[in-house]
Design a protein around this ligand. Structure first.
Ligand code: ZN
Length: 270
């Protein structure tokens, strides 16, 4: 019989007409929800006063950063004030610990490390901040410093080396999530005045090529010709504009706290 066949054909055509996307979707490669993304953490060390303007640059691109502050120098000449830290936190940035007075922890006894790390975290928490990640000054750490970071209630601590960079071509492009060692989160070397925008971009591309993970970028002062450990606002702006567009490739900016996750743990009893 011709009629039912024709009817069936017409119905099939109708189904294809009203839902043209179904066959194409079914044929497409399955989505990979578990595929690791590249997470870029923009970290700024030392509580420099120029970070207030840098934070606003990030905000214009819909990004939030992590600001590692030495509580013992807050409000000093050239440093962020307590009020500025509050404004940063209110805008969604992370305030992290960087020891009381920017010491080399590997040269201290554990009791001295506790004073530098726990008292710093306590001071920042008393200012009203959620303080869950630490950055070791100079990246100077040892087994005791890692234990002390954990003892003081942190969730993770960042070093300054270990990811692919001009000084470590064999290093991996990204830190894993969770980090291989959360008490020594790896990073490429600090951005310096001779670090070009394409070098910063390369750090992100290295992480993307590694299949994703965490890449903490380390900035210090953000100003023109103001020292070896600085970058200009123009370079930072150009980099942020480029970085914002990497979202289409699954590359996102998160704070260290967001990347690491977990609750804010209490301080040890005094
Ligand atoms: Zn520092």
């Amino acid at each position: 019989m011709k009629t039912p066949g024709r009817l069936a054909g017409a119905l099939t055509a109708l189904v294809l007409l009203v839902s043209p996307g179904i066959p194409a979707q079914a044929a497409a490669a399955p989505k990979k929800p578990g595929k690791p993304k590249t997470i870029v953490a923009l970290t700024f060390d030392d509580g420099d006063a120029t970070h207030a303007a840098a934070a606003r640059m990030l905000e214009k691109h819909g990004m939030r950063g992590t600001f590692y502050v030495n509580s013992g120098t807050v409000g000093f000449d050239g440093k962020l004030t307590e009020r500025q830290l509050t404004a940063l936190a209110r805008a969604g940035h992370e305030i992290g610990g960087h020891t009381l007075t920017h010491v080399r922890l590997n040269e201290l006894l554990p009791a001295e490390q506790r004073a530098q790390i726990c008292d710093d975290r306590r001071a920042l928490m008393e200012m009203g901040h959620r303080v869950t990640t630490l950055a070791y000054p100079f990246g100077a750490l040892n087994a005791d410093a890692k234990k002390t970071a954990e003892f003081c209630g942190y969730n993770a601590a960042r070093g300054v080396t270990g990811l692919k960079h001009w000084n470590c071509s064999a290093c991996p492009g990204a830190e894993s999530l969770p980090p291989a060692d959360r008490w020594a989160v790896r990073a490429p070397s600090s951005v310096r005045d001779d670090t070009l925008v394409r070098h910063m971009q390369q750090q992100v591309v290295n992480a993307e090529k590694a299949g994703g993970g965490l890449v903490p970028l380390i900035f210090h002062m953000v100003c023109d010709d103001c020292g070896t450990y600085s970058t200009s606002p123009e370079r930072l702006e150009e980099f942020l504009g480029w970085l914002e567009k990497r979202r289409s490739r699954g590359t996102v900016v998160r704070t260290m706290d967001q990347a690491i996750g977990g609750k804010s743990r209490p301080l040890p009893a005094e």
